[in-house]
Every structure is written in C-alpha cells, then in structure tokens.
Design a protein around this ligand. Structure first.
Ligand SMILES: Nc1nc2c(ncn2[C@@H]2O[C@H](COP(=O)(O)OP(=O)(O)OP(=O)(O)O)[C@@H](O)[C@H]2O)c(=O)[nH]1
Ligand SMILES: [Zn+2]
Length: 318
C-alpha cells in the first residue's frame, strides 16, 4: 500500500530506524517507510514528526521538539537511544554479574533528561545470587529509584504483573547489559516482537537481515503503552555531561550539595565538604563508598571531555 497524498502534513511517530531509513507510524496507525526531507535532518526512534506522501514512500518534513532524548557520548560519537520516553527500565540479573558503574552511568544520563528509571533484577530463580544482587542495589530505593526482583524462568516465571503494571500507559525504554534477559523479557511482553523486528529490519534495509537499532512496540491495541527495545552497549559514555553538574544528577550526592563551605565545591578535596562528610555515614543520608568512587571516576572523565570539546569538532550524531 502507498501512502495517500491526501493525508500529508499529518503527525506520525518514528518507530524504527536504520541509518537514514525510517519506519513511521501515523496517528491513524498506518506504517510507512520514510526518508527525511533534508540531509541535515536527524530523526530518532520516538520522535514525533510531520510527514507528507511522495511516490511509494513518505517524507519526514520536520521533527517536532523533543520532550527528552536519552543519549550516550564518547570521544568520537553520540548515540541516541530514543526520544520522548516516559521512563527507563534498567534490566540487570543475578547472573551475569553487572557493573554498578554502568548502572550509575545510565541513571545519570536519565537524570540529565529528567527521565524516571526503574531497576529490575531478573533471574530470581537463581536464589542466593539474586538476593546478593538485590542487596548490592539496596542504596538505590533510598535514592528514589524503584527496585524490583522478578524471574522469567523457574516457578515464578508467569508472574510478570509487577513489571506489567509499571509499564501501563507509558513509553518505556528497556536497557540492560548483555545476558540480563532483555530479549526474553521483550518477547514475553510482546509475543509478536521477533516477527515484527524481522519484518521491519528487512523493509528498512532493503531485504537484508539486519537488526534495527531501536524499535518501538505497542503493548496494547489502544496504543497507550509501549516498550522500546534498543541494542546492548559496551560503553556508556557521559561526555555530554558537565563534571560540575554530576553531583546534582546523583540523588544520594544531590541531597548534600548546598551544604558545602564553597558554593562551587567539586566535592573531591575541599575542606568542609558536605558530600565528602556523608561518604560511609550510616543511614539513608549516607553515601555508599562505591557510589562516591563512581563519582570520582566520572568527574575525571567528564572534565577531560570538556577539554576535548573546546578544541575538537562536535561528535557525530548517530
Ligand atoms: N535462570 C534464568 N535464566 C534466564 C532468565 N531469563 C532469561 N534467562 C536466560 O539468560 C540468558 C540471556 O537472556 P537474553 O534474553 O538473551 O538476554 P539479553 O539481555 O537479551 O542478552 P543479549 O541478547 O546478549 O543482549 C538466556 O540464556 C536466557 O534463557 C531467568 O529468569 N532465569
Ligand atoms: Zn562539596
């Protein structure tokens, strides 16, 4: 089917992309292949766009302003996950072991865009290893993040109610390290996901079997709840974040800033620093030592990034 020229100028959402090929879904629910009008236009999954019909395909005329846009940036390039999302579901598991620093990086990037995050720990059937992972993450609910355990295998495998209720009427980006069970979870929530992905990938990449970068799946017929699947990542660069803004993006550090002697305190070495004083302190106001170490590492990384940024060209957007 071809897009009808009579409907041009209407709204749509980008639901998948491969390079500069896009799949859009119109507000009426039709899906068209689309390409952007100008070379400089970059759309990402979740973008709201204006489109018009052009021959067999649709043209994206403009990308509407984004409510938010989750991205990571290293020294060379910027990778965008998705735009206009309501929350992030950060998936880890009892096994394989996950890096708390990677987790912190995702949460900081989300805070920078004011996107709430939920941490879900899969593989509860593994018993003690799961309990250990939950214990490791105990500081996170005190920071305001929802933390829940669940399982896709074993006796509790059918009980996904806690996750499903979190997803209702929201667009949720699912992120997580390899092996945490992201594909298994998406396949459970969206039984047609695999077939849909194959179809979309082939359409976007002229028949070749390639996985799209990011895909938006509806969970309900009314199209009110969605999950957005994105490829795994090895590194989650935060070079778009100002080092001096970092503490305000870590809720356990944030509650102490403003109580330091110096208003421009870096919380690294200054005397009478309220953040340093709270490291290792007991109770919910205390900052876990490993969280402070992550802050130190990221502060150094983000400060170095600014030096590059002053002399270098802007990173590529992908
Ligand atoms: N024991 C146990 N294993 C699980 C559970 N959920 C998923 N797995 C297994 O964990 C492995 C990884 O699951 P995937 O769904 O492929 O994980 P993924 O996060 O998509 O990983 P990548 O494809 O590498 O990105 C698979 O062997 C699953 O069968 C669970 O609840 N319990
Ligand atoms: Zn300080």
């Amino acid at each position: 089917m071809k897009p009808n020229t009579g409907t041009q100028g209407n709204g749509a959402r980008v639901i998948a992309s491969y390079g500069r090929h896009y799949l859009i879904e119109t507000d009426e629910g039709h899906r068209w292949m689309a390409h952007p009008r100008g070379k400089k236009m970059v759309a990402v999954c979740g973008d709201r766009v204006q489109w018009s019909a052009s021959g067999d395909a649709a043209v994206i005329e403009s990308v509407l302003p984004r409510r938010n846009c989750l991205l990571r940036r290293d020294a060379v390039r910027t990778k965008v996950f998705a735009a206009n999302i309501d929350q992030i579901l950060l998936l880890v598991a009892a096994e394989p072991d996950f890096s708390e620093e990677q987790l912190a990086r995702v949460l900081i990037a989300a805070e920078a865009e004011q996107i709430p995050a939920v941490i879900a720990v899969n593989k509860r059937d593994l018993g003690p290893a799961h309990a250990k992972a939950m214990a490791r993450l105990a500081p996170y609910p005190q920071m305001g993040y929802t933390l829940l355990g669940f399982s896709l295998q074993g006796p509790e495998a059918g009980e996904l109610d806690s996750i499903r209720s979190l997803l209702t009427e929201k667009a949720t980006l699912v992120l997580g390290p390899s092996g945490a069970g992201k594909s298994s979870l998406i396949n459970r929530l969206v039984p047609h996901a695999q077939a849909e992905t194959q179809e979309i990938s082939q359409a976007l990449n002229s028949g070749k079997h390639t996985t799209t970068r990011t895909t938006w799946y509806w969970l309900d017929r009314a199209r009110n709840s969605a999950v957005i699947d994105s490829p795994g990542f090895q590194e989650f660069g935060l070079q778009h974040i100002e080092a001096l803004a970092l503490a305000s993006l870590m809720p356990d550090l944030r509650r102490h800033i403003g109580h330091c002697r110096f208003h421009n305190c870096t919380h690294l070495h200054e005397p009478d620093c309220a953040v340093i004083a709270a490291v290792g302190a007991p109770g919910p106001e205390g900052i876990a030592p490993q969280r402070y170490r992550i802050y130190q590492t990221l502060f150094a990384e983000c400060s170095k990034a600014r030096e590059y940024a002053r002399g270098g060209r802007p990173p590529d957007w992908q």
